[in-house]
Design a protein around this ligand. Structure first.
Ligand code: FES
Ligand SMILES: [Fe+2]
Length: 333
């Protein structure tokens, strides 16, 4: 396991659900490998299509099981390149070429789930099973999902704190009328908040136009941040997933994604002249472009800031202190 970064007074690998891969990149006969949560892991689908995320090291004598090291799949089961032990998606060794498998010979598997075509796995350093699940969103009536992957030197607590930190939306992002409707809500592993703002567009053809947004944010642990946004001026409802996954104690992969739905009314008059499906296809890349441009403004701050354990907060800072208390449930006591 990688050494914890000294930038933060807590582990870089909190417990919780963390993004692993896009469902579309996990074909039935494909073994994938990743650095994920300080571990080297592999993932594949069993014969029933169920996804599996597991340690990349064989419990027999430690051979690496990734495809570049000779790991292979046979009928949805993983075959070690060293002595041919075969594992199912529960981690059980189901056969060896030479003797009956020992029940104690088990591959370490991480609980895994597929939600909205994202594959997540649950990490807990102490090996406990999850007692909560991530929410899924209805797919019907929405466009396809656009995604983009970034890699940054930061911590997932810092990237999630960004949506609680209202005053930076004005100063760093240049939005007007920033506010939210009330206090954030905490329900176990879920932190809910909202915000609204007015602002301009980054997209070249739309410079000079103004938009207003109202957003509802759901945070489920430190690896899953979901925002549902409505823009009456653009005539869209947008879903954005922001999935932060610690890699090695220093780098964090951040998968951002967007899908849209055109509202029945509202929006720019010129756009309302085209059919709804075409409007959605035109608006999806625009919405993704704006989302990326907005969060890219945060990157220089995230990669270089110090973590202040006792920040000097004021009334305009929103619920940052409350959010930090919520986060403590994902760290070892
Ligand atoms: S090390 Fe994997 S089968 Fe021996
Ligand atoms: Fe930001």
């Amino acid at each position: 396991m990688a050494v914890a970064s000294s930038r933060f007074p807590f582990t870089p690998f909190p417990r919780g659900w963390f993004y692993f891969e896009l469902s579309t990149n996990m074909a039935a006969d494909k073994l994938v490998s990743r650095h994920w949560m300080g571990e080297e892991v592999i993932g594949w689908r069993g014969p029933d299509g169920q996804v599996c995320v597991a340690s990349a090291f064989c419990p027999h004598l430690g051979a690496k099981l990734s495809p570049d090291c000779g790991g292979t799949l046979m009928d949805g089961q993983l075959v070690c390149p060293f002595h041919g032990f075969t594992y199912d998606t529960t981690g059980a060794c189901v056969s060896t070429p030479f003797a009956a498998p020992s029940p104690a010979c088990r591959l370490r598997v991480f609980p895994a789930e597929e939600i909205n075509r994202f594959v997540f796995a649950y990490f807990d350093e102490s090996g406990h099973e999850p007692d909560w699940r991530l929410p899924g969103m209805p797919e019907a009536g929405w466009t396809r999902t656009l995604t983009h992957l970034y890699s940054l030197k930061t911590h997932p607590q810092e990237t999630s704190e960004n949506v609680i930190d209202l005053s930076h939306l004005t100063f760093l992002h240049g939005f007007d009328g920033v506010g939210h409707s009330g206090r954030s809500e905490i329900d176990g592993p879920c932190f809910k908040t909202d915000f609204r703002f007015d602002g301009g567009y980054h997209f070249p053809l739309l410079r000079g136009f103004r938009t207003e947004l109202s957003a509802i944010v759901q945070i489920w642990g430190l690896g899953f941040l979901f925002v549902e946004t409505v823009s009456q001026s653009l005539g869209t409802r947008t879903l954005n997933w922001f999935l932060a996954t610690p890699v090695d104690g220093e780098n964090v992969d951040i998968l951002v994604s967007a899908k849209v739905q055109a509202l029945g009314s509202g929006g720019m008059k010129v756009l309302n002249l085209v059919p709804k499906w075409l409007r959605e296809q035109l608006l999806l890349p625009l919405v993704m472009h704006e989302f990326k441009k907005n969060i890219e403004r945060d990157f220089m701050i995230w990669e270089n800031k110090a973590y202040k354990e006792r920040p000097l907060l004021n009334k305009a800072d929103g619920d940052i202190a409350r959010f930090r208390r919520y986060c403590t449930q994902f760290y070892p006591a």
